[in-house]
Design a protein around this ligand. Sequence first.
Ligand SMILES: O=C(O)CCC(=O)C(=O)O
Ligand SMILES: [Fe+2]
Length: 375
Amino acid sequence: MAPVSSFPIKVGHIDDVQELNKAKQTTVPERFVQDMADRPKLTANLSSSTDIPIIDLSKLMKGDTDEHFSEVMKLKTACEEWGFFQVLNHGVDLNVLENMEKLAKDFFMLPLHEKQKYPMAPGTVQGYGQAFVFSENQKLDWCNMFALGVEPPCIRNPKLWPSSPANFREILEMYSREIRELCKVILQYIAVSLGLKGEIFEEMFGVAVQAVRMNYYPPCSRPDLVLGLSPHSDGSALTVLQQGKESTVGLQILKDQTWLPVQPVPNALVVNIGDSLEVLTNGKYKSVEHRAVTHKENDRLSIVTFYAPSYDIELSPMPELVDEKNPCRYRRYNHGEYNKHYVTNKLQGKRTLDLQRSNPIHQINKGSTLVSPLR
Ligand SMILES: O=C(O)CCC(=O)C(=O)O
Ligand SMILES: [Fe+2]
């Protein structure tokens, strides 16, 4: 999460989307209007058969029972075929979720000048503003973000931790502790679903990195023209996403070349596989592209935790998942370098991960801080 830019970044003026929404303009500024091919098709509701799988953590935790084994199989299918699932009975105190949601909402509802005391500097990903903007020509997302590195403490930027709302630190710390435990538990069962020992990821990850990003999408008069958040896969190992209770549908995942909406399930958390886990599992478990769309009348809030291995470690497919039928699909690379590349480039689907494939299908762009596809 550190600022890492070796070239001057000119991003031009970035309108604050909440302020645009307050101004009740009916036209959307040009910089937010996506190119025709990237505009979302806001189709009617799809049937529930296209919903992402739901995993019941309490069943996973039921020792050597039939329920446990069948839930492990569901988890395996979810990771292989969807890269996304919702987790119910996750053990995170619902009050903690509620407090975090209120905290995030209260922060976004502060006057602009208050929020701007914690600015996300161009080329960085912590603070308030728009991340992943690197040029004056780049299209902007209809989203305000507030992002903070949480663990280990060395990635924190204390100047960006707000003094208001009251108890910000306590609430975020408590939330992060609970979500961290959840990530560890889910990773254990993911290991089991791969036929590996439960502790394998925890042992491998070292001091795991944890960051939280709150995304606020105000209503937009032309949701058909803009994106809330551009398509991307997450650089994490695992991402846990909490949707605001009153939020409308907004998250979409790319499945079989179609954008599917994720229907919020009360009290569930959305979990997805990130790039690091795709690499470690040699592509068996997928880090799936996703995006957010906006709504004409309703706002939406998401609180997203990224859980990743220490920046010091080298990542490559685990030997247990490489054999003649499944040759090694990714190069070995340093996770810190990967993260640096991820946060210093605009969101563009799975491009960062594509660069790690044994046969890279994309070329490195000129602005990249990397000198070779081997990071
Ligand atoms: O708001 C959402 O549903 C998507 C957020 C997301 O994908 C992210 O922050 O990485
Ligand atoms: Fe994401």
